[in-house]
Write a protein that binds this ligand. Structure first.
Ligand code: HPA
Length: 271
């Protein structure tokens, strides 16, 4: 607990009062808000107990960004289980941000389409998820100051935020879809048989992140919206093989739409 408090105190010192909304950027989505006015920046290694960041295409930076007159905290440097991190490390930044005072979280990621109607470049809002990581970030002694031992997960994604995403997309003329996100450990992509299994389980998209943070934030009763950039059809759905560079490249191309969508959502929330 004291580690989260020390981290939160450093964020307060470096960046001032917590903005109401934080946006966590996924792989390939680092350029979201790149062009927006940054009013403060702190590197993960300046914040006590924050994990360091290793995956290619990610840097560990927290920024205060002015999005249409509203301050938003943008987190670049998501941690993944496949890097050998414990899930406690993976969720450390969002827990510290929530303790700092951030009220709601928009989590973004790159994901493969399981549903045949989806196309690379689409944005999918998560309605629900499947935690197939075989682990849970809340395993271990419960931190009662953060939340209950057995948190409810019957509404893991905030319906109000999902509705705002639809309103924002309509206003921007952006196509968004909704679905169930399956989190797998990675780092190998799925086999075609695994993709068929995920579809049979009810997944619409698959990725290697987000769900640990969603669980930790539900534990702390913080509303969450998750937006996936569909970067590829999952293995076996088309003849092409999967290449991480393509995933990053499509994510980059989806960044602009993602930025517009999140910008509009933030505008709706605050006004
Ligand atoms: N599978 C798992 N994770 C992913 C994928 C995928 O196809 N695309 C982007 N992240």
């Amino acid at each position: 607990m004291s580690q989260f408090q020390e981290a939160a105190a450093t964020l307060e010192k470096e960046l001032g009062n917590a903005p109401s909304t934080a946006v966590v950027l996924g792989s390939g989505l680092g350029s979201v808000f790149e062009g927006a006015a940054h009013t403060g920046t702190v590197h993960f290694d300046q914040v006590p107990h924050f994990p360091s960041v290793t995956v290619a295409g990610q840097r560990g930076v927290l920024s205060s960004v002015d999005v249409g007159g509203v301050a938003v905290c943008v987190v670049e440097g998501r941690l993944h289980r496949y890097e050998g991190r414990s899930l406690a490390e993976v969720v450390f930044p969002v827990r510290a941000l929530a303790l700092w005072g951030v009220k709601r979280f928009v989590l973004t990621n790159a994901a493969g389409a399981i549903k045949a109607d989806f196309q690379p470049g689409d944005l999918m809002v998560a309605r629900d998820h499947l935690n197939l990581l075989g682990e849970n970030p809340l395993i271990g002694p419960n931190l009662d100051q953060l939340g209950p031992r057995f948190p409810d997960m019957s509404r893991p994604y905030c319906r109000t935020l999902i509705d705002l995403a639809y309103r924002s997309a309509a206003e921007l003329n952006i196509r968004i879809c909704e679905g169930v996100y399956a989190a797998v450990p990675g780092p190998s992509y799925e086999t075609p048989a695994e993709v068929r299994m995920l579809r049979a389980l009810g997944a619409d998209a698959v990725g290697m992140s987000t769900v640990p943070e969603v669980i930790a934030l539900n534990h702390m009763r913080r509303p969450v919206l998750a937006v996936s950039c569909i970067t590829n059809m999952a293995a076996g759905m088309i003849s092409a093989q999967l290449d991480h560079r393509d995933v990053i490249a499509v994510g980059k191309r989806g960044s602009e739409k993602m930025q517009q969508l999140i910008g509009k959502i933030v505008e709706f929330i605050e006004h």
